[in-house]
Write a protein that binds this ligand. Structure first.
Ligand code: ASP
Length: 359
């Protein structure tokens, strides 16, 4: 009988140890899993989703092949920083991002950020026009939660492809409470840049995204975001733009200044129905005498003309010799984005000028 009791006791002890150790193995993971922030990743295409035919091919590959799910699967360590869900918004090279895609993307981001369970959003994007989408979102996202754009310079098949580490860094920033209220960000290559000031500066090299005059917002070290600076311009919740009411955007063209240019491109833009024209002028936004009569005609017809610089950096000063509003220090492609949105709320040149300085 006592032998029987001993066996039962031993079994009970073994059972207790076994159950206890089983709980000890699974329990610590449960709170971590549920506490991880939820980041939605919206994929639009680009090199980051592209494939080449060899590990050295980093130009001329096929962009926009991998889906959102495939992109997320390529970074298993994402599960350590966030709960991620993927959605496909488009799958195109960013030269093919249209106003329609911009509006679809912005509306979806605003919907997602309105959900209490979403901590932030990442957009994967081709690098060529990434700064335009980032600045557009910076003006229309109605939330302080982080929105981060990322891409890659090397396709997924390349040796040392930069896509997976850029996705991990972008999701890490989007999941980070310290990234709230900083406007839309561009994260690649360890750098955190603002949508307002970051621009693509080299056609092919990895370190192409820079913020030449105004610096980065911060840096990722060991995958931890360290923030240093903030943007002084108004952004996201501080702008008057409401994409929920928009199905299209007004046509705004950019016309590039150069020696011996003429007015016919301005005439063509007006004839095509442009409501705004951004002059990518030479130097500090200078316009040649050959173009001025056509620019004057455009303004007289109610077209809003904005002077910017083909240099891409520096402020545009007042100069009575030239025609048009001042594009502040926006590069031409970002001035176009702001002018499109400004024209959705006003045709008044003074109000548009204020916006060009404020945002
Ligand atoms: N042409 C590509 C794109 O912008 C380049 C890239 O993603 O790096 O979609």
């Amino acid at each position: 009988m006592s032998q029987y009791r001993n066996v039962v006791c031993k079994l009970l002890v073994i059972g207790w140890i076994f159950t206890g150790s089983a709980i000890a193995q699974t329990e610590p993971q449960r709170p971590t899993q549920t506490l991880l922030p939820h980041v939605a990743v919206l994929a639009t295409g680009g090199t980051i989703a592209g494939t080449g035919t060899s590990e050295t091919q980093s130009t001329g590959y096929k962009p926009g092949v991998l889906t959102a799910d495939a992109l997320l699967k390529s970074v298993p360590s994402l599960g350590k920083v966030a709960q991620v869900s993927g959605e496909q918004v488009s799958n195109v090279g960013s030269e093919n991002i249209t106003n329609e895609i911009l509006l679809k993307l912005a509306k979806r981001i605003n919907q997602l950020l309105a959900q209490p369970d979403i901590a932030g959003v990442v957009v994967t994007h081709g690098t060529d026009t990434l700064e335009e989408t980032a600045y557009f979102l910076n003006l229309v996202v109605k939330s302080d939660k982080p929105v981060v754009l990322t891409g890659s310079m090397r396709p997924s098949t390349a040796i040392s492809a930069d896509g997976p580490s850029n996705i991990l860094q972008a999701v890490t920033v989007a999941a980070s409470p310290t990234a709230r209220g900083r406007g839309v960000m561009i994260v690649l290559n360890d750098r955190i840049g603002s949508a307002r000031y970051t621009t693509k500066t080299n056609a092919t090299t990895l370190d192409t995204f820079r913020s030449p005059d105004d610096g980065y917002l911060g840096t990722l070290i060991d995958n931890v975001p360290h923030f240093e600076t903030a943007v002084a311009k108004l952004q996201t919740t501080q702008t008057p733009f409401d994409v929920s009411k928009l199905d299209s955007l007004p046509e705004v063209d950019i016309i590039y200044g150069h020696q011996n240019d003429g007015g016919y491109l301005y005439d063509a833009a007006v004839a095509h129905g442009a409501r705004g024209i951004v002059v990518a002028g030479v130097g500090a936004g200078s316009e040649s005498l050959l173009t001025l009569p056509s620019i004057r005609k455009a303004v007289d017809k109610g077209v809003i003309v904005v002077r910017s610089s083909r240099i891409g950096n520096g402020y545009i000063p007042e100069d009575p010799a030239y025609i048009g509003l001042l594009g502040d220090n926006l590069n031409p492609q970002k001035a176009r984005i702001l002018l499109m949105l400004a024209l959705t709320v006003t045709n008044n040149p003074e109000r548009v000028q204020d916006m060009l300085h404020q945002f």
